[in-house]
Design a protein around this ligand. Structure first.
Ligand code: GLA
Length: 364
């Protein structure tokens, strides 16, 4: 049995594909595949629940179908392209990661697929390489130009900690979560419709910012290289919307490093401020929040004992993440369940999650 976790990002949104910093944690909502390797050159995989069965021919991987099987097929192709052995198997898949919720069910599926396809001795590559391979499956086969964060978190998770990742150097270090804070994820009940086209559009905006800025600042290769002063100097040569996107990324990168320091110092006031600034920036400058996400954050920050709350993941629906004093978890849940449906007409879901280790075999 292999498992691969979903992830929640504490802070650093839309920074990964700009060579910046992120702070995700792998969480105990996960995908598991129970499987038996076969000598056949195909994967036969059944979903627990719907009992839907799909077959993927490993010697002739079909073009993408717009279904969950794309993540498995794309991963098999990326592994083969990288020269990693790929084995056939028969298996069943069960998941506790809600699909389309911003908790990276797709990265979890890619990582579970890597481990199942690799066969009994596991992938012949380190977790960072495995994460990049899964990202390539998503970029090239599925067609979403995502950064590395989700696959990285699912591959490299650390129990009890978030991971600070420098998406340029790929240097990373665990940042332990304070023992007196619970990690609460709340789902808006809205799917991430338009998610991938808007996502790719935001990415293109960032590329346009880099193109315009690098005319004046030739050392700039990505928004990672831009600081506030530089951005201010270039303002006139950027379209207003492109300037807003860049402003978000430049400030968000700084907020990730400040959040790491605040977590290590136990400065909860600062964490609250940083999460609030991140959410406002994603809403007003990057324009990827939604009325439902805003309502969940508003309810959370008005609840006593909630230290910090913001939208998490790509946006356009999905989930919020909150850091909460343990005795405030149930009051927060009750308040969301009471107020959120009245404000939005939608049904929320709330999970208390824990940071767990990255993908691998389930030890018996
Ligand atoms: C999605 C992508 C990630 C990242 C986030 C936004 O989860 O898959 O690579 O860009 O959105 O931070």
């Amino acid at each position: 049995v292999v498992r691969a976790p979903g992830r929640v990002n504490l802070i650093g949104e839309h920074t990964d594909y700009n060579d910046g910093f992120v702070l995700p944690a792998a969480i105990d909502l996960e995908i598991r595949i129970a499987y038996r390797p076969t000598e056949e050159r195909r994967v036969v995989l059944t979903l627990v629940g719907s009992a839907e069965t799909a077959t993927i021919d490993l010697d002739e991987i079909a073009p993408r179908r717009g279904a969950w099987t794309d993540y498995v097929a794309g991963t098999a192709r990326a592994m083969a392209d990288a020269g990693l052995p790929v084995r056939g198997f028969r298996g069943v898949l069960a998941s506790t990661v809600p699909v389309g919720s911003g908790l990276s069910s797709s990265a979890a599926l890619e990582l579970a697929a890597v481990w199942a396809l690799a066969g009994p001795s596991g992938p012949a590559a380190d977790p960072v390489t495995v994460a990049r391979l899964a990202q390539r499956a998503e970029n090239e086969y599925v067609g979403v130009q995502c950064g590395l964060m989700d696959q990285f978190a699912s591959a490299n998770g650390v129990r009890g900690a978030a991971i600070l990742l420098d998406c340029r150097s790929l240097d990373h270090r665990p940042v332990p979560l304070p023992a007196d804070l619970a990690l609460v994820v709340a789902h808006t009940g809205t799917p991430r419709t338009l998610g991938s086209s808007e996502y790719n559009a935001r990415r293109a905006d960032c590329d346009r910012a880099v193109a315009a800025i690098s005319v004046h600042e030739p050392t700039v290769r990505s928004l990672r290289d831009v600081d506030r002063a530089m951005l201010a100097r270039c303002r006139a040569s950027l379209e207003p919307v492109v300037f807003r996107r860049a402003e978000h990324v430049v400030n968000e990168n700084a907020r990730v490093l400040e959040t790491e320091s605040a977590l290590l110092a136990g400065d909860y006031k600062a964490i609250g401020r940083l999460f609030a600034a991140s959410h406002a920036s994603l809403r007003d400058l990057f324009e990827v929040s939604s009325p439902e996400l805003d309502a969940l954050v508003d309810i959370a920050v008005k609840t006593t004992g909630v230290v910090a709350s913001r939208m998490t993941g790509a946006g356009f629906g999905g989930c919020t993440v909150s850091l909460v004093r343990p005795d405030a978890v149930e009051p927060l849940r009750a308040r969301i369940e009471r107020d959120y449906p009245v404000r939005t007409g939608r049904a929320p879901r709330v999970w208390v999650v824990r940071p767990v280790e990255g993908a691998g075999f389930v030890s018996s």
